[in-house]
Write a protein that binds this ligand. Structure first.
Ligand SMILES: [Fe+2]
Length: 419
């Protein structure tokens, strides 16, 4: 079976490769190469929602993948939750050598939360099936996670970056500094886009400046390589950024997109989106983890940024919070399905989920004053000003938030790294 599966695999006939590879994997436990091939075949066959494929394997044949359109999605999720209940992972694809953090994501009792279960106005019972849309977000995330994880393995870091890398592994974030020449070139190369964003922002009332109006496109992987991305790769190479990111995730990482963003204290959209009903704004508002697995980010401060001027904030060590892989994917699914939005409609849906699915990526808004884990979390949070570095490389599965302003304006370039 292994030979037949491998032949189909090599011929890139992934749909036909899935069944023999599944049988071969079951017959050869511990054969990592076969397992990796199966994961790739399943993904390429379109089973994980990445395109049309002819194969529709059952869960047992695909090593725990979530089927595309099951009769009882809740039963599938309960089954996965039960199966991986003893596993612990962080948001990173390989286990942290430092061990897991001694704190977790704050647990929130939504049944008794004044913005959720205790808000009787929310419980109108008009939401219909809340499980199906949640499952549609969850299944590709879970399948993608299994596939990514099967591809990751430890990669070396050169001695020049070994110590810095240990800090990244421990804290989840690194502040690095460009040379004066690099900085001057960066400012020059990005000034036309910055100028355009400034012009667009000036045309709009502060309250109407959405993400679109405040950001400018610098690079996207789907477009042709540009001088700018060549420059970025050169700077990242000089500072070991891609090497460290690749070692961190256990897969080769590359620059996928870069955006320039300008925000100021007058832009109120983050605060507005963080309010939960009529409740006071949480001191932890907008604290979140991102929704992609296996990616990392770099924030480059284009302007000088102080603590008050929208500096990026990160909870060091929160990249090593250990949860079941199911919980990690559930947190991402609540974001992808909009269930973690604070808008009434989505809070109503969220209340309709069973407690084992009531976990958010964007959870900070729901931490009301008096929550026992609120103060410790705020104490751990570190404000990363431009004095800490003008390039911040971080694991975006650690707890973070940005653009928290008391005054002024900030210009940043956000770069996404992915396999
Ligand atoms: Fe984020």
């Amino acid at each position: 079976m292994a030979d037949i599966g491998t032949s189909y695999f090599k011929a890139q006939r992934f749909g036909e490769a899935v069944r023999p590879l599944s049988e071969a994997v079951l017959a050869n436990p511990g054969d990592d190469k076969l397992a990796r091939r199966l994961a790739v075949a399943v993904q390429q066959a379109g089973f994980a929602g990445t395109g049309g494929g002819e194969a529709k394997p059952t869960p047992v044949e695909t090593q725990g993948q979530a089927p595309q359109d099951p009769e009882d999605p809740l039963a599938v999720m309960s089954d996965i939750a039960r199966r991986v209940d003893n596993e612990r992972v962080s948001g990173r694809l390989i286990p942290p050598p430092e061990g897991f953090a001694d704190f977790g994501y704050p647990s929130i009792d939504y049944a008794n939360h004044p913005g959720y279960g205790a808000d009787k106005g929310l419980l109108t019972g008009e939401e219909g099936d809340v499980i199906k849309p949640f499952y549609e977000a969850f299944a590709p995330i879970w399948n993608g996670y299994l596939s990514m994880k099967s591809r990751a393995s430890s990669r070396p870091v050169s001695p020049a970056h070994a110590e810095t890398f240990r800090t990244l592994e421990r804290d989840g974030i690194l502040g690095l500094r460009m040379t004066d020449a690099e900085r001057a070139e960066l400012l020059e190369r990005t000034e036309p886009v910055a100028e355009e964003v400034r012009r667009r922002r000036a045309e709009l009332e502060p309250g109407k400046r959405g993400v679109e109006a405040s950001s400018g496109h610098l690079y996207h992987v789907k477009n042709k390589p540009t001088d700018f991305v060549d420059f970025l790769n050169r700077v990242f190479e000089n500072h070991g950024i891609l090497e460290m990111a690749s070692a961190y995730q256990g897969v080769p990482m590359a620059v996928k997109l870069a955006n320039l963003q300008i925000n100021s204290v007058e832009d109120m959209s983050i605060v507005g989106n963080s309010l939960v009903g009529d409740l006071p704004l949480s001191p932890a508002y907008y604290m979140h983890i991102d929704s992609s697995i296996g990616v990392m980010k770099v924030i480059i401060y284009r302007s000088k940024v102080s603590a008050e001027q929208g500096a990026f904030r990160y909870v060091p060590g929160s990249n090593r919070i250990g949860v079941t892989p199911f919980e990690l994917c559930v947190r991402k699914a609540t974001d992808k399905s909009d269930y973690d939005s604070s808008k009434t409609k989505f809070r109503r849906r969220f209340v309709g989920l069973p407690p084992f699915l009531q976990k958010k990526a964007n959870f900070g808004n729901d931490l009301q004053p008096g929550h026992p884990e609120l103060e410790p979390l705020l104490e751990r949070e570190r404000v990363m000003t431009s004095d800490d570095g003008d390039m911040l490389l971080f694991d975006n599965n650690g707890i973070h938030r940005g653009a928290i302003f008391e005054s002024g304006e900030r210009e940043i370039i956000q770069v996404l790294l992915a396999p």
